[in-house]
Design a protein around this ligand. Sequence first.
Ligand code: PLP
Length: 407
Amino acid sequence: MKTMGETASPWADMYSVRGRRIKSSAIRELLKVTEQPNFVSFAGGFPAPELFPVKEVAEVTQKILAENGEQALQYSATEGYRPLREWAAEEMRKVGVPAQVENVIITTGSQQALDLLGRVLIDKDDPVAVESPTYLAALQAWRGYGARFLQIPSDSEGLSVDGLQEGLKEKPKMLYAIPNFQNPSGATLSLKRREQLVQWCRENRVCAIEDDPYRVICFDDRPLPRLIELECAQREEDTYTGQMVYLTTFSKVLAPGLRVGVVVTHPELISKLVQAKQASDLHTPTLNQMICYEMAKTGFLNQQARKVSTVYKERMELMYSEVKRIFPEGTKVSRPSGGMFLWVTLPEGMDADDLWKKALNRKVAFVPGAPFFPDNPKSNTLRLNFSNSNLDTIREGMRRIEEALHS
Ligand SMILES: Cc1ncc(COP(=O)(O)O)c(C=O)c1O
């Protein structure tokens, strides 16, 4: 037994099984290094802060506080601010999803939605099918609930439905997909695969979580139809009662610090999520929801999405051409048609961790790809973020990576 004079933490032996399963995210750890002055970071998934509509948010906040200050600062419904829920339902109806207000809950960012879904749906050892690679923080959230991940292989057209049909050894309890400009791979699920995936979910009675934070950061044509839209093309109902859970967020276009996300799904699952959210944080900040509603209602959000997409496209193109120029022959790089990330596969035998260490010495960071794989990580992969660096910074960061490659 340790005596009082010893330094062991009194908490070390106290954690629950769930507490012990929770591990720090590799990216969060990485980001600490990048806070040094003069550091170029292609690591985090941060939007460009210089594009945040600071003035417009200030004006809208003033207006809300002047007209409706008491409500804005009061506790509010766990389901979310009703006008914002109504707006979200209407947006879905415009694309053929028969969503009503009872199909919608507002969450504290999409990340909370992922956590709440894990809490109400995942028991220890439940099989959850995920793309490989996939969003790290979804893996992190669901590992805490004991999920067992079944990997679906993916390529430049997104997750492989053949891999799903033939490769999975057991039926998953649910499936998680990011069809647009995936994090980390940048891939977009092709229309044919979307249709096949919806069909597969229907035939196998598997629920799917469609996580869609990057949809409106779209560089070329219009984004492809959502999985939930394709599902609804085959259903006739007034209120959505299908097997998809659609997630979106205000983080990537408006501001992640507001922490406002939207979930659209079956009313029964919404009620369960509301109960779980009650215990978690009572509700998402009322004022922030009102700000998002005002920005959406006036059309400002769409305008902002176009602005952000134009700037990010330019950054993506520069970073893509720099990767082509500096990385050795045999390197593959995705050319995303939206979103915030490039995914690089180095020639076999090269290790992204080695390059990462050399890069850190030159004050430039990216994320080695391994943590994005639920199993069997590919150590020759890495993710580069282009949204959070201007063109000069991208050139400088790439110059440093070039030096690291030659060292
Ligand atoms: C695929 C994916 N899902 C969810 C999130 C979380 O977004 P939010 O800020 O809404 O919690 C992110 C953020 O990086 C993401 O990339």
